[in-house]
Write a protein that binds this ligand. Structure first.
Ligand code: AMP
Ligand code: MN
Ligand code: MN
Ligand code: MN
Length: 272
């Protein structure tokens, strides 16, 4: 059992890094990465206090862009002290804060003043993201559910969907590589791209030095996994897996992915 894609309360997850690791160990996960959005603060907090039976690798899920589409790249096994990576994370912090300010302006215009302070009070010092706005909007009574806040205000094409100049795929992969880590293209089928565009993204990712694609993210459909197998074979990319766990939900994935059906030589875990 491996889980190389998870979130804690250091970004938009519900559970503290400590509790998440304890739970992963209890549920039989052997190798684990905490991959919060654009921050390694959660990883730094627990890296020297890993429960017995669990092997922790460094991780982060970096926001970037390709052809104006927001893309996520998971970095694994990097040196958390590498100056260029730390600089990269600092720039992402600033981009997120700038975006949060603009989201709040848009929400104020839509009749929801005080969203920045509200989202910050929900985030409690975590890397701020749209889910914190969503939770605040529910608490403030503006919407009935977080899903509704994405649907009406924060999701693609809605007022709170602010385009951000995230770094390029190339710059992102380089920052991870120069820190000694491996790069994984996260949830490739979530970008809603045509097959041709997705293949072009993957080719650019591979060209930039990307190492693997995420074959399993949460609970994929078998047909999606088949599509990703074909792409990975074609582009000679390695494979990674993760639950993308944020919190317990009725139909959500639990921690850990069984890798027994992935043939030897393909898993990125063999290189970490
Ligand atoms: P951000 O990184 O701030 O752009 O926020 C993106 C995060 O919001 C994702 O990592 C998900 O955790 C969450 N998210 C994205 N779309 C939705 C949605 N439609 N409903 C609920 N959560 C979402
Ligand atoms: Mn998230
Ligand atoms: Mn993601
Ligand atoms: Mn994620």
């Amino acid at each position: 059992m491996i889980d190389f894609h998870t979130h804690s309360s250091a970004s938009d997850g519900a559970i503290s890094p400590e509790k998440l690791l304890a739970r992963a160990a209890r549920e039989g996960v052997q190798r684990f990465a905490l991959t919060d959005h654009d921050t390694i603060n959660g990883y730094l907090a627990v890296k020297d206090r890993v429960p017995p039976g669990l092997r922790l690798v460094s991780g982060v899920e970096l926001s970037c862009q390709w052809s104006r589409v927001g893309i996520h790249i998971v970095g694994l096994g990097f040196d958390p002290d590498a100056p260029k990576l730390l600089q990269h994370l600092k720039e992402l912090d600033a981009a997120r804060l700038g975006r949060a300010e603009r989201i709040a302006e848009r929400l104020a215009k839509a009749g929801m003043p005080g969203a920045l302070a509200g989202a910050q009070s929900v985030a409690l010092g975590a890397q701020i993201g749209r889910p914190h706005f969503a939770r605040w909007m529910v608490m403030a009574g503006h919407v009935d559910s977080e899903a509704a806040s994405f649907k009406r205000y924060l999701g693609r094409g809605k007022p709170g969907d602010i385009s951000v100049l995230w770094p390029s795929v190339e710059v992102t992969v380089r920052a991870i590589k120069e820190a000694g880590g491996l790069s994984v293209l996260a949830h490739p089928l979530d970008y809603k791209m045509s097959a041709i565009k997705l293949r072009a993204l993957m080719a650019d990712f591979a060209e930039a030095g990307g190492d693997a694609l995420e074959l399993i993210n949460g609970r994929p459909k078998p047909s999606d996994t088949a599509t990703l197998w074909r792409l990975a074979d074609e582009l000679q990319l390695g494979l990674s897996v993760g639950s993308d766990f944020h919190k317990d939900t009725p139909y959500g994935a639990s921690l850990g992915v069984d890798i027994s059906e992935i043939p030897a030589g393909r898993g990125i875990w063999e290189r970490l």
